[in-house]
Design a protein around this ligand. Structure first.
Ligand SMILES: NC(=O)c1ccc[n+]([C@@H]2O[C@H](COP(=O)([O-])OP(=O)(O)OC[C@H]3O[C@@H](n4cnc5c(N)ncnc54)[C@H](OP(=O)(O)O)[C@@H]3O)[C@@H](O)[C@H]2O)c1
Length: 242
């Protein structure tokens, strides 16, 4: 995967789940440096590699983003992985949770893109890789606020892709189905490990694929949506109504 070789990467939410797995996979692919950012650096695993630079970054905190931009001006690839999920339907879900999902998943990620776009342009060719969700294509009512935040993020990702197309920055959207991380704790679905999915994400980015669905559950849903959007809505309706 040549595009990662000798490159400088910043990733959010690097302390666990898909973020942690992406750091490990990137280290296997010859990167020069990874700014492994997270809210609490004490929670960052020991990657046992001097190329990993731990950094505190809460993507909802403008001062954290400002400091990060100042200290990571050599970044060439930005991976917006940080995300939160509050369960609940539109009619009965906790509105505070819905607002927080929007604050982190949508506004936090667009703050990162706004802050890093000039820097990536200066260091081009640059890449933005946004970890979105298959729920951006069609909502599952039990996670309606999360789905809305990811639909908003998907829209922003496609918008920024066009905005940056002539500035030497490629913008990838990654829309996984279900991965075995803390976000799905308690689920009885059979899900792939974040380690296996991280490798697939990087492989797809390396081939230049812009809209990436890296797992089988996601692929099944994406194929249904591509055939006819109502088909994915039907799958989610069947899941919701049991
Ligand atoms: N797992 C899935 O099935 C699945 C499917 C589709 C998309 N995704 C997306 O994949 C991404 C990674 O999720 P995951 O499955 O790895 O879940 P996870 O294990 O719950 O990890 C979420 C990560 O986001 C970080 N985070 C949350 N709020 C943050 C903030 N304000 N600033 C910076 N970091 C923050 C968390 O940090 P703390 O440890 O400090 O909380 C954690 O590192 C998310 O965007 C998620 O929506 C996941």
């Amino acid at each position: 995967m040549e595009i990662f070789k000798d490159r400088v990467i910043l990733i959010t939410g690097a302390n666990r789940g898909i973020g942690q797995s992406l750091v490990k996979a990137l280290l296997e692919n010859g990167v020069k440096k990874i700014y492994a950012t997270c809210r609490d650096v004490a929670q960052l695993p020991d990657f046992d590699d001097r190329r990993v630079i731990p950094m505190r970054l809460d993507i909802t905190r403008p001062e954290h983003i400002q400091n990060a931009v100042r200290d990571t001006s050599d970044t060439e690839i930005l991976i917006n992985n940080a995300g939160v999920l509050h369960g609940g339907t539109i009619l009965e879900g906790d509105v505070v949770g819905m607002e927080y999902d929007m604050k982190v998943n949508y506004f936090g990620t667009i703050s990162m893109m706004r802050a890093y776009a000039p820097l990536l342009e200066a260091n081009q060719p640059g890449y933005i890789i946004n970890i979105v969700s298959i729920a951006a294509y069609s909502p599952l009512p039990t996670i309606a606020g999360y789905a809305a935040s990811k639909a908003a993020l998907f829209s922003a990702t496609l918008s920024v892709r066009i905005e940056l197309a002539k500035k030497g920055i490629t913008v990838h959207a990654v829309n996984p189905g279900a991965i075995d991380t803390d976000m799905n704790k308690g689920s009885d679905w059979e899900m792939p490990s974040p380690d296996s999915v991280a490798i697939k994400i990087l492989e797809r980015v390396a081939t230049g694929e812009l809209d990436i669905v890296p797992d089988d559950i996601g692929q099944h849903m994406y194929s249904a949506w591509k055939e006819e959007p109502a088909r994915l809505a039907k799958i989610f309706s069947d899941i919701y109504h049991g």
